[in-house]
Design a protein around this ligand. Sequence first.
Ligand code: EPZ
Length: 427
Amino acid sequence: MDSIRIRGGIPLKGTIPISGAKNAALPLMAATLLSAETLTLRNLPHLVDITTMANLLASHGVALHMNGGAGEGCGGRVLELTTARITDTTAHYDLVRKMRASILVLGPLLAREGRARVSLPGGCAIGARPVDLHLKALEQMGATIAIDGGYVDARVDGRLKGAHLVFPQVTVTGTENLLMAATLADGETIIDNAAREPEVADLAHCLIAMGAEIEGVGTSRLVVRGKDALHAATHAVLPDRIEAGSYAVAAAITRGKVLLEGADATHMAALIKVLTAAGVSVEAREGGLLVDAENRAIRGVDVMTEPHPGFPTDMQAQVMALFATAEGAALMTETIFENRFMHVPELKRMGADINIHNNSAIVRGVSKLSGAPVMATDLRASMSLVLAALAAPGETTIARVYHLDRGYERLEQKLAACGAEIERLRG
Ligand code: EPZ
């Protein structure tokens, strides 16, 4: 297993190109299942999860043609997906276990074919992450759903029926699954308490380009009028607000100055508010976001994670690393997942002063972290350790960095281009 070695204490200076968003690209790829015509996706990031989704879709009979390699700045890759017909409606465990977002094929398969057999994703490091809300909503649209042998077995006679769905809890992929299913349903579907993450809106815009009829994009009430079929479309994946936020913290924690090329500030308001309150200068510029913490005193700010437009749970671990090195204290409360403090013990190995009480952590800033060998546990926790390592004088080695490869394209190259001393050790 590869590891990453960082020699920290160097202020980052320069420009980082922001890639297409992983959490937009995954549902956008699954949308190909809804149409027999070609869906062309641009600005696709080069990530392990994208490859896993491509392999899963190929197992359903999707023809994929990728062109453009990684490393083309903001251009990203172009992927053509064509599902002339679905040859297998089963999403096998050996693929689904690698990426829980595989559940996103359930709605489209059911809507297009009337049946789907998708392995239950199982839990992950940050929580149990059930999919009960996806299943209950599909049943409300007329699906018959059974769980057997670790698989969700879903069928519907004829077409799914439009329904008034009310999610008792905001669920991002739940909203995306049902939004896709509703585009081919018979009649009108209302989705209340829909997730408002920008990636959901990006999917809706793509579905509209494919001929879907959707109102309320970006709000918590989506209204969909089902169609008999969807057609070809081309769509560019929106920039990754979590990647951009992670590198904004990299600039802040090293007291550097970095331009995040292609970042969209309108998707990052809650994070920008916290970073600004902490003393970081964050300015929307032509073509990106300028983050400047040079010679600035950074202080802790209380944070509570919430569904969008609140502070994103996917930025909690990264901002905790920043506050571990800031002045004063910060109370950080995680309301979305039950076990998303896996980075805390590792940060404490580097000298951080953090105490957890239930779903809150009190972070007391220390003047210096120190480099140490640490271990990655999940995607965003891994990035938290990278950020702490960039700030900590001395050498830090991070093991199990395959977690990072799932969500950060060309991480070493992007950071090294801004002066970081970082290298990957092949394991
Ligand atoms: C999406 O996961 C993201 N993944 C996650 O990003 C992100 O952390 C999460 O949304 C919250 O913003 C993708 O978009 C591929 P949820 P998702 O359904 O959809 C509970 C990353 O780091 N819930 O919004 O799986 C659930 O347990 C990843 O890029 C149910 O109880 O999250 C959680 O507590 C990590 N039943 C809460 O709702 C359900 O049926 C929110 O989960 C569904 C969810």
